[in-house]
Design a protein around this ligand. Structure first.
Ligand code: NDP
Length: 316
């Protein structure tokens, strides 16, 4: 255990588009931001290939390159970026109180203000063939990757609103979408269910799960299993989308910050303020609705502006 405590003016936890955008704004406002990257420096976009929907890249950009550029932009204004994972926090309850954060179970920090940008992680099925083909046709984001399967046959796993919404999105692009729902009914709202049922090129398979994703380097097919009869069936597809939910990376804040039942941090009104003074939340850690790089960047900017206003009241 490192017994020395380092003081940081503006601590940003997380290094996705929200964290780096907060850092750009905070650094330019002379708030001396330090970013701790977390387990996945660069965040979820480092697991995507081409990003075609972030404004300003007419030819698209690959996710990892975009995150390097965002980091460089934040560093250009004096942000310090450090590899490390926040493992414990003790936030102050009173305005002006110092927030305590432990990094990697050892390093002790205090901070005047903390911006949480820890993101969310898509849930995967966890079977070996799915894990092996992530980036080779297995994706957890239809809006990010659907375009690569234009005119092709794909499948999507899940029966919630996300799966239903993404299935109808994919149906506009792909020739056929097979939707695997593990129960005999969907969890999605009735309106969304009716929508997918009415789309001609969506085939819904109830009581059906993935047995194995087929293909060596890229997805070539899917073996499905009916969990009632045990019957297996193979179909040819080039893309498999997993839409079984996301989990916000907010476990270490439980008990201190107000969250919804899934763990998304609750922010006040249109701001990024949490229930504690000087603690702000942005990006996918607090947004289950939009979850896009550009909206995460937008809320990262808001968090830095909210933090700047908070700091102005402290005169530190
Ligand atoms: P949900 O948790 O609502 O749904 C997850 C779905 O995935 C369920 O059908 C679940 O099945 C299935 N599932 C979970 N694990 C597995 C597994 N291992 N194998 C196969 N299937 C699995 O997540 P969503 O992301 O769909 O939605 C999250 C929240 O966001 C919800 O509150 C939703 O309403 C909301 N949302 C709203 C939208 C809108 O209003 N436009 C759009 C998108 C999301 P089972 O039912 O059997 O548990």
């Amino acid at each position: 255990m490192d017994n020395t405590t380092e003081h940081i003016k503006t601590l940003i936890i997380g290094s996705g588009p929200a964290g780096y955008t907060a850092a750009i704004y905070a650094a330019r406002a002379d708030m001396k931001p330090v970013v701790y990257t977390g387990m996945e420096p660069g965040g979820q976009l480092t697991t995507t290939t081409e990003v075609d929907n972030f404004p300003g890249y007419p030819e698209g950009v690959d996710g990892p390159s975009m995150m390097v550029q965002l980091q460089q932009q934040a560093e250009r204004f004096g942000t310090e970026v450090r590899i490390g994972l926040a493992t414990a926090v003790q936030f102050a309850a009173e305005p002006g109180g110092l927030h305590k954060v432990v990094i990697d179970g050892a390093k002790q920090l205090t901070a005047n203000t903390v911006i949480i940008a820890t993101g969310a992680s898509a849930k995967y099925l966890g079977i070996p063939s799915e894990q092996r083909l992530r980036g080779g046709g297995v994706s957890a984001c239809a809006v990010c990757d659907g375009f690569f399967y234009k005119g092709q046959e794909v499948a999507i796993v899940g029966g919630g609103d996300t799966a239903a919404e993404e299935a109808s999105y994919l149906a506009n692009i792909c020739s056929k979408v097979t939707m695997l729902v593990r129960k005999d009914q969907m969890r999605a709202s009735k309106a969304m269910q009716h929508r997918v049922e009415s789309i001609e090129n969506i085939a819904i398979r109830y009581n059906t799960e993935v047995d194995e994703v087929l293909g060596e380097q890229v997805v070539e097919g899917l073996r499905m299993v009916n969990n009632q009869t045990g019957e297996k069936e193979e179909i040819a597809i080039t893309g498999l989308f997993i839409a079984i939910g996301h989990k916000p990376n907010t476990d270490i804040f439980k008990g201190q910050l107000e969250m919804d039942e899934v763990g998304y941090i609750q922010t006040k009104g249109k701001s990024t303020k949490t229930n504690l003074p000087g603690v702000f939340a942005c990006g996918d850690a607090q947004d289950k609705e939009y979850r896009q790089a550009v909206t995460a960047a937008g809320t990262g900017c808001m968090a830095a502006l909210d933090a700047e206003r908070y700091m102005a009241t402290l005169e530190v």
